[in-house]
Ligand binder design. Sequence first.
Ligand code: NAD
Ligand code: ZN
Ligand code: ZN
Length: 400
Amino acid sequence: MSGNRGVVYVGPGKVEVRSIAFPELVDPAGRKANHGVILRVVATNICGSDQHMVRGRTTAPAGLVLGHEITGEVIEVGSDVMTLQKGDLVSVPFNVACGRCPMCKAQNTGVCLNVNPARAGGAYGYVDMGGWIGGQAEYVMVPYADFNLLKFPDRDRALEKIRDLTCLSDILPTGYHGAVTAGVGPGSTVYVAGAGPVGLAAAASARLLGAAVTIVGDVNPTRLEHARRVGFETVDLSEDASLAEQIANLLGEPEVDCAIDCVGFEARGHGHSGSQIEAPATVLNSLMEITRAAGKIGIPGLYVTDDPGAADSAAKHGSLSVRFGLGWAKSHSFFTGQTPVMKYNKNLMQAILWDRLNIAEVVNVTVIELDQAPSGYAEFDSGVPKKFVIDPHGTLKAAA
Ligand SMILES: NC(=O)c1ccc[n+]([C@@H]2O[C@H](COP(=O)([O-])OP(=O)(O)OC[C@H]3O[C@@H](n4cnc5c(N)ncnc54)[C@H](O)[C@@H]3O)[C@@H](O)[C@H]2O)c1
Ligand SMILES: [Zn+2]
Ligand SMILES: [Zn+2]
């Protein structure tokens, strides 16, 4: 059992499946991690966040093993672990969190203070997030396992729903966090920017939270067609009518109660010609325009501190042309940052197990083999309406 293979970032536009080291109970600083477990990876998903790195839009180094969306089976248990056993099936929050620092104690696990010497917050397989080895692989190490891992209560039932449960490591809690922070409740009118997996997860979460109407916007007509198929209203921002006009056509007024940015810094501009070019502040500015006074704006979409591929020198350091005065004038609240997955994953697991949430269908989970990861990355990057889930050991195939 000493071999391991994983998806490695090679350079802009290029990933490869390579032989990598079998994980050890050791942290990135080389300290023994008796609080950790080794997982045999059952499912690991490709994320829009990975694409920022693979497109060369971050300072990710070549050789990085990718993968922060992980579901697995415990195969080795560190001597300090108390609550997990070999054979347990678990969901791994993409945040690496120590469970001991003031942030973790307050459930702000997205900004744990002990897992990344460079800044608050750690994650597996991600640039600037502490050097934890990614899980788009056959095996991976998870530290502070008692704290981090969510154990599925019934293995057989979990395997039946595994295509849905794999979304608990990131996109479902992330979309839900976006909806919760935007203040979605019964009867809310909601706009979600972005019809990628996170946008669709936010829309599904808004529906679960009781929204009256959920409108999803994108510049990609194929993704919008899929969003309509799974029950959401849509606006096409590659058309020349403005977002406010298109919302007014649907709602009779140009504003919504709650808005969620599920796009981030690689946003396209709006309109026929605008959508051909990148305009990183478009979503933030348009959300301030269409969110009612005193409304809340959830911003799970990623904004970076350094973007070597940005069009101008300010954006290269994460400075965008945001019309903050508009949001200020309307008394808006803004909610940013990495999602603290642990705040939500247990309840969302129950919602899945009790058929309240068909997330796999909503995001169109598409299962591939580990060796198909490079083509999965390329296809996802082309904007297909799919959420690619890697099945490194054929477990999902066998369970289907
Ligand atoms: N905060 C977190 O913890 C967290 C977690 C997961 C993902 N994310 C981020 O969420 C974002 C979405 O992730 P994803 O996997 O769905 O990515 P994705 O790239 O598949 O989807 C983004 C979508 O936005 C669309 N888009 C571009 N410009 C737009 C505009 N002006 N208006 C509306 N739509 C526009 C694109 O066409 C695309 O369909 C990414 O930035 C990702 O890094 C954040
Ligand atoms: Zn992700
Ligand atoms: Zn911590």
